[in-house]
Design a protein around this ligand. Structure first.
Ligand code: PMP
Length: 459
């Protein structure tokens, strides 16, 4: 019975549903895996397979599935006031209460939030705010935003332009003007083009990689650069954990040239790195923080941008800032976010991650470095990544055509584990609520998948 249902659903899915980031010819051949329910840190598919969710849905279900207080908050708010807008001098209680709470839990420079419904919209908002800020400061020539190659900042026109994914830029003539990209702080990749970097320590490389920002500023002209944007840890690019020296040096350079710093906290925000926000782990003091995902643990869409006092003082001084979304400050989304953050506080989850869960994950995940296929297995907080290599001793990687990541991802699924593949990198971002036995389960399944992958690639 379940079997028939799955096939029928897959047929309808393929006939009518255009999926994000999906090869539809491939999807039609294989049929989608249909997820039907979830509880705690596990999901179930329509064939009743129980799967450990090593990716928190899509880096978002930070507090795990089945949190009743979030459901109750949504229900109550829907019954009381399912929608009203915040345009034209109106406001709604949950949006006000959440703005106040966000001002408390974010670093001291932040006292204001602008709401959206997603990470992409949040980054679009920032692009407009940054340019408005410099216009109001009388520096209209400061338009350029510098980002990094292999960054991910969303799928809208501004989001995809700010991102540094060539596969996205190729579709739709992106990036839009005024956005440029420097190399990412990823030594293994950097040495392919710059072999002279190979003997640098991680810390030395961090300074060099941050220096590429300064080079770009000087190339463009220091009075033309408006802002720098980056994810504290690049997520969708493959969990690229930068050297410890990188972000402090980026901050120093931004300060030196008076450039605004944007921390894209869509993945790293809300406890993922063992601090409320990633910038706190990295030691930066951004002017903007964009967020989404973990703010509601993904139970309902909500995004936003924290805007620092010095920017608010300029942009909101005189007249309108002509920008807003119907769902800016959506009462149900804000009510769920409030319940989610209060649950995080009640469980003291950020400290638990920092002092217990993340160190345990680190120990277990980094033990995969002994596997013949694995190089550079690393975690920071509750994200981790490793590289699959063809010849570990000679440090030779796989070719793109080998599709090694996708092979490994397939074996993960077959073993009841969601782990994501980005090229030759396998990545995780498990719920912050994982207990030690969940982490043990994750690692034993990952190891089985790696063994099966090794067999396949050795054939
Ligand atoms: N920024 C980062 C760092 C992200 O990881 C993502 C989504 N993965 C986005 C922005 C875009 O968020 P959304 O998909 O909610 O638009």
């Amino acid at each position: 019975m379940t079997q028939i249902n799955t096939a029928a659903l897959q047929k309808l899915d393929s006939a009518h549903y255009l999926h994000p980031f999906t090869d539809h010819t491939d999807l039609a051949k294989k049929g989608a895996r249909i997820i039907t329910k979830a509880q705690g840190v596990h999901i179930w598919d329509s064939n009743d397979n129980q799967i450990l969710d090593g990716m928190s849905g899509l880096w978002c279900v930070n507090m795990g599935y089945g949190q009743q207080s979030l459901v109750d908050a949504a229900t109550k708010q829907m019954q009381t006031l399912p929608f009203y807008n915040s345009f034209f001098n109106t406001s709604v209680e949950p949006a006000i209460e959440l703005a106040t709470l966000l001002s408390e839990i974010t670093p001291p420079q932040f006292n204001h939030v602008f709401y959206s419904s997603s990470g992409s919209e949040s980054n679009d908002t920032i692009l407009r705010m940054v340019r408005r800020y410099w216009d109001m400061q009388g520096e209209k020539q400061r338009k350029t935003i510098i980002s990094r190659k292999n960054a991910y900042h969303g799928s809208t026109v501004a989001g995809a332009s700010l991102g540094g994914m060539t596969g996205m830029h190729e579709q739709g003539d992106l990036p839009i003007p005024g956005i440029v990209h420097i190399e990412q702080p990823y030594l293994r990749e950097a040495v392919k083009d710059k072999p002279e970097l190979k003997d640098l320590s991680e810390d030395e490389f961090g300074i060099v990689a941050a220096g590429w920002l300064e080079e770009k500023i000087l190339e463009i002209g220091k009075d033309k650069v408006a802002a720098f944007i980056g994810e504290p840890v690049q997520g969708a690019g493959g969990v690229i954990i930068p050297p410890k020296t990188y972000w402090p040096e980026i901050q120093r350079i931004c300060d030196k040239y008076g450039i605004l710093l944007i921390s894209d906290e869509v993945i790293c925000g809300f406890g993922r790195l063992g601090t409320w926000f990633g910038c706190e782990t990295m030691g930066t003091k951004p002017d903007f923080m964009t967020f989404a995902k973990g703010v509601t643990s993904g139970y309902i869409p909500l995004g936003g941008a924290m805007v620092s006092q010095r920017v608010v003082d300029v942009i909101y001084k005189d007249g309108d800032f002509n920008h807003g979304y119907t769902y800016s400050g959506h009462p149900v989304a804000c009510a769920v976010a409030l319940a989610n953050i209060k649950l995080m506080q009640k469980l003291d989850i950020v400290n638990t991650v920092k002092n217990d869960t993340a160190p345990y994950l680190k120990k277990m995940f980094e033990a995969l470095n002994d596997h013949p296929l694995v190089a550079d297995a690393q975690t920071l907080g509750m994200v981790g990544g490793l590289v699959l290599v063809k010849d570990k001793d000679k440090n030779i990687g796989f070719d793109d055509d080998d599709n090694v990541g996708m092979i490994c991802r397939g074996h993960c699924f077959d073993n009841g584990l969601v782990m994501r593949a980005v090229g030759d990198r396998m990545i995780i971002a498990p719920p912050l609520t994982m207990a030690h036995d969940n982490i043990d389960e994750l690692l034993s399944k990952a190891r089985k998948a790696l063994d099966a992958t090794l067999k396949d690639v050795s054939k």
